[in-house]
Design a protein around this ligand. Structure first.
Ligand SMILES: *[C@@H]1O[C@H](CO)[C@@H](O)[C@H](O)[C@H]1NC(C)=O
Ligand SMILES: *[C@@H]1O[C@H](CO)[C@@H](O)[C@H](O)[C@H]1NC(C)=O
Ligand SMILES: *[C@@H]1O[C@H](CO)[C@@H](O)[C@H](O)[C@H]1NC(C)=O
Ligand SMILES: *[C@@H]1O[C@H](CO)[C@@H](O)[C@H](O)[C@H]1NC(C)=O
Length: 484
């Protein structure tokens, strides 16, 4: 039924699009003598979402679009996206959707404006700086704030906020894609990849799995070719084992604490946190991590910034209300950077330029919505079964890991991947960037795993040049550079 309704909606909207196309044709002719005159006209039919007056934006030669896409008309749910055409030859380059995690954190606040987008929010919270290593050098980059409640995305039905979870998010993101293609029809059949980090380690395979299933109906086809995952939450049991072993092997906790965990914690059990000894020992790990930046072990915490007040930094990251409850830790939280983005995205002129408000009734943007995080209703304990399905479907799957992250450490990812038992196709070796070792790579049948040497949780923040080079390899389906 839902599927039928969606198809119907797609057909209806196609009708509207043809009408819109007619109107746009004229707009195009008018702008022919402007700076876009050399562009092929087929590219974008939707000019309403074109961003033209973004405060503090550096001059660039590519176009970018931002605005809402309705994903559920009945309840009034709309998701906010920001789309940057590729720097050059956008008609020939693939389309990549980027997702951040949390759950509850914004792909615009993290991915687009701190990690891999072309405009990085300056530390004064006013201007934007051009990012020379932006991933839209190589692909058309689509950033989405999902689910509703995150960033600018919203629902007009408050009860929606009580039902948020993995499946809800995958469903809405799937609906988003189809409706977005109506706005951007030239991308409808484009080679498509999904990338993300942290809690998006769940979102990305879940969405890919959903696309794979729905693609069995040719009228719903999305040309998905692969997924790219950075420091991804993957399997709760393996993630926890990796977190505690990494804390011990990186001298964050004592031998005694680690021994107690080894002896008393059964992370594969559905009642791990019913064991007091285990819970107390894991609490000790988290207590030690509160002293430093769990997302980047060897960088300084930002004491000078007023944003890093004890209460905020410590209580925000860890959620645990009962002693036998699984401690939950937000994926990817950087108190040093948080406030810059918040300052910028709550400016009236910025919200107007991005088509989220009229500049008078403002939306209240924050980088992570803790109500979404706290209220998360449903999560998949492991997405490894989905990996298996996607590997069988011959999708390209690359997983990378910044090796100084304590939150979803490289050990967690290695434990998870080893449960897949994939045959090794190429021996473990370093990969290079600018004559230095970027990290190590292990190629398996159906999956490529690589580390980023000296990078924290949000890898591109720490290693922008390496990240862009690695992303380029991923898009080409070629092993990362094997020579200096
Ligand atoms: C939500 O409600 C507002 C105010 O009525 C309306 O303008 C907006 O279009 C609605 N959003 C959706 C997605 O239906
Ligand atoms: C997601 O969509 C499927 C198929 O339409 C539906 O059966 C399921 O109930 C939805 N789940 C949520 C949480 O919305
Ligand atoms: C754990 O799973 C077992 C069987 O698989 C079930 O009997 C038990 O009630 C579960 N315990 C909890 C705390 O969910
Ligand atoms: C915006 O949201 C924050 C919580 O994220 C809240 O503390 C603040 O009061 C809100 N501001 C407005 C103007 O609604």
């Amino acid at each position: 039924m839902v599927l039928m309704a969606l198809i119907l909606k797609v057909r209806m909207s196609l009708l509207y699009t043809s009408l819109a196309l007619l109107l746009c044709e004229r707009t195009f002719v008018l702008s022919r003598h402007g700076q876009w005159s050399s562009e092929k006209k087929s590219n974008i039919q939707n000019n309403d979402d074109l961003v033209t007056n973004l405060p503090g934006q550096p001059n660039v030669e590519f176009k970018h679009y931002a605005g809402y896409v309705t994903v559920n008309e009945q309840n009034g749910r709309a998701l906010f996206y920001w789309f940057y055409e590729a720097w050059t030859l956008p008609d020939e380059k693939p389309l990549v959707l980027w997702l951040n995690g949390g759950p509850g954190c914004s792909s615009v606040g993290y991915g687009a404006t701190q990690e891999i987008g072309p405009f990085i929010v300056g530390t004064d919270g006013n201007g934007l700086q051009l990012n020379p290593y932006s991933w839209n050098r190589e692909a058309n980059m689509l950033f989405l704030e999902s689910p509703v409640g995150v960033g600018f995305s919203y629902s007009n039905t408050t009860s929606d906020y009580e039902n948020l979870g993995d499946d809800f998010t995958a469903n809405d993101t799937y609906a988003f894609l189809h409706n977005w293609f109506i706005k951007f029809p030239s991308f409808r059949t484009r080679t498509f990849y999904i990338a993300g980090e942290s809690y998006a380690g769940k979102y990305v395979p879940e969405l890919a799995g959903l696309i794979y299933e729905r693609n069995k109906d040719p009228s719903m086809l999305i040309n998905l070719k692969g997924i790219l995952l950075g420091n991804p939450e993957t399997s709760d049991a393996e993630d926890w084992k990796g977190l505690v072993d990494y804390a011990w092997s990186h001298a964050v906790v004592s031998d005694e604490t680690h021994k107690t965990i080894r002896a008393s914690c059964d992370f594969d059990s559905n009642d791990t946190w019913g064991n007091d000894e285990c819970t107390q020992a894991v609490d000790e790990v988290l207590r030690q991590y509160k002293e430093i930046d769990i997302y980047s072990l060897y960088t300084s915490v930002c004491i000078a910034n007023s944003a890093y007040s004890e209460s905020k930094a410590l209580s925000v990251m860890f959620k645990k209300t009962k002693s036998n409850m699984m401690p939950r830790i937000l994926g990817g939280y950087d108190p040093c950077l948080d406030d810059y983005a918040k300052g910028y995205y709550n400016k009236p002129e910025v919200q107007k330029a991005l088509h989220v408000s009229n500049g008078l009734q403002l939306k209240n943007w924050s980088i992570c919505n803790m109500d979404v995080f706290d209220g998360w209703k449903q999560t998949k304990g492991s997405v490894l079964p989905i990996y298996k399905k996607l590997i069988d479907a011959k999708l390209r799957i690359w997983v990378y890991s910044g090796d100084t992250d304590g939150r979803v450490p490289v050990l967690s990812t290695r434990y998870s991947l080893s449960t897949l038992g994939l045959p090794i196709t190429k021996a473990w070796r370093p990969w290079y960037n600018q004559k230095q070792v970027g990290g190590w790579v292990q190629e398996y049948e159906g999956l490529t795993f690589a580390t980023f040497r000296g990078a924290g949780h949000a890898v591109p923040i720490f290693k922008p040049s390496e990240s862009l080079a690695f992303f380029t390899s991923f898009l080409l389906g070629e092993s990362p550079p094997s020579h200096r």
